[in-house]
Design a protein around this ligand. Structure first.
Ligand SMILES: [Zn+2]
Ligand SMILES: [Zn+2]
Ligand SMILES: [Zn+2]
Length: 457
């Protein structure tokens, strides 16, 4: 139920003589839930005479500010901007698989794999598995052992797909919470080592040195991190082998999908990272889990380029909130009880705060990334040669919006090279007032926005 304050704000906005201008700003942000406010001005001068050709200032805009989209990729913060990010990611992944956006179509003939790398087990968790349309019992064990905490390591329930216990340990006291958050923290390094090991392995298979390999082939990657219900990340990656100049050059004859798959399998089992001993916690070596899924991406097979691009794009806008943690940073002084979390994510967060306080592990910044359960990597990353970039896609859109701004009289139609552009911008806040938030949700059909919602990213 909106507050009377919010309703009063909404009515005031509707009666504002500048309402039309405000509504056009909101449309231009694409219904962003937490737009950034800019204050400033742009002047276009004739460089020869110094004559002022056109001036734009936010002083004449409603509230004296220009609202621009927040550009978050997180759907829990801003559905509109996250959708833009998802669509861009889809285009980017797809271009690397079938061509387009500057990548030639011939890329479809290059060896290309869809690889899922998982985390190892940190204890038995409740799961749901289906076989031929029937849900199987979770962990039915005829001679199940009893753990030191007196819990029988068996669960015969056939869990529903939305049950809160999925991904939660059979015995939380046996579960290796330190291992789980340390794996998340080290996974970007583990991924980096995998890509290096893969290049070395491919070179070896081809009988080449690393330098000789670079003259014949480039291996490109695009990956996303996904949280499993148990709270560890796993990675989905597109791995493609091109000729020496990237997607436009044909791969050498020895490069087949099978050879690439062999090399991935070898590299994934070979790499490890060591976490130093800290406090009472011994040093530990972390590796990828035994579950490794490698499939060839083909135009005609059961794993199509479209399915892969859609899958990767979907996970690019999701974060740890899917496992029931928070979508914002946690202060070590926060009362975790007050957040009403389930026991499992609360324990994972608590473990991040505990390990994060140890000097030996300071580099992992586990306190800052406790809300991400230790993971501080990027959700979607790609190597330089994979396809186009998000920046290029954004620039194309900005150019489009600029065109629109010109036709709607916001910007003058000058050739940028022949005029001098002087601009000054400053940050003036973020979000909507309670009244504006009501109006924006009515105008855009989005869920009600968090008034004045300010978040760190
Ligand atoms: Zn936004
Ligand atoms: Zn169960
Ligand atoms: Zn136990």
């Amino acid at each position: 139920m909106p507050s009377t304050h919010a309703v009063a704000g909404l009515i005031a906005r509707l009666h504002d003589p500048q309402y039309a201008r405000w509504a056009s700003q909101i449309r231009r942000t694409g219904g962003c839930r937490q737009p950034i406010h800019l204050r400033g001005h742009v002047s276009h001068l004739d460089p020869a005479t110094g004559q002022r050709l056109h001036t734009y200032s936010t002083a004449t805009e409603p509230d004296g500010i220009l609202r621009v989209p927040c550009k978050t990729r997180r759907a829990s913060r801003c559905p509109a901007c996250a959708e833009t990010y998802r669509a861009d990611t889809y285009q980017l992944i797809r271009a690397g698989l079938v061509g387009g956006k500057g990548v030639p179509d011939s890329v479809t003939a290059h060896p290309c794999l869809f690889v899922t790398l998982t985390a190892p087990s940190f204890g038995t968790v409740h799961t749901r598995q289906e076989k031929n349309g029937t849900v199987l019992p979770c962990h039915a064990r005829r001679d199940a052992a009893t753990c030191p905490h007196g819990r029988v390591m068996s669960c015969t329930a056939r869990h529903g797909s939305d049950e809160g216990c999925l991904g939660e340990p059979l015995c939380p006291d046996c579960y290796d919470y330190a291992g789980s958050v340390l794996f998340n923290a080290m996974s970007p390094e583990l991924w980096r080592r995998l890509t290096e090991a893969l290049r070395r392995r491919v070179a070896k298979l081809a009988g080449l040195t690393l330098r000789e390999l670079r003259e014949q082939a480039v291996i490109s990657f695009a990956k996303v991190a996904e949280y499993q219900r148990r709270g560890v990340v796993h990675f989905h990656a597109v791995i493609r082998l091109d000729g020496p100049d990237g997607p436009a050059s044909p791969p050498p004859a020895w490069a087949t999908a099978d050879a690439l798959a062999d090399a991935v399998r070898h590299a994934a089992s070979a790499v490890a990272v060591t976490v130093p001993a800290a406090g009472d916690d011994p040093a530990r070596v972390l590796r990828w889990g035994a579950q490794l899924d490698i499939r060839e991406i083909t135009m005609t097979g059961d794993l199509t380029e479209q399915a892969v691009a859609a899958y990767i794009a979907k996970y690019a806008t999701k974060a740890a909130e899917c496992v029931g943690t928070l979508d914002r940073r946690i202060n070590p002084l926060d009362d975790l009880e007050a957040f009403n979390l389930r026991d499992h994510p609360r324990r994972l967060i608590t473990e991040c705060l505990r390990l994060g306080a140890l000097d030996e592990l300071a580099d992992l910044r586990l306190v800052q990334w406790a809300h991400m359960l230790g993971f501080r990597g990027h959700f979607s990353t790609k190597s330089r040669r994979y396809s186009t970039t998000l920046g290029t896609l954004r620039a194309a859109r900005t150019e489009h919006m600029r065109g629109e701004a010109i036709t709607t009289g916001r910007l003058p139609l000058f050739d940028e090279d022949t005029v001098l552009v002087i601009s000054h911008w400053e940050y003036a806040g973020q979000g909507h007032s309670a009244g504006d938030a009501l109006l924006v949700s009515a105008l855009t059909g989005n869920r009600l926005v968090d008034p004045g919602g300010r978040h760190e990213s």
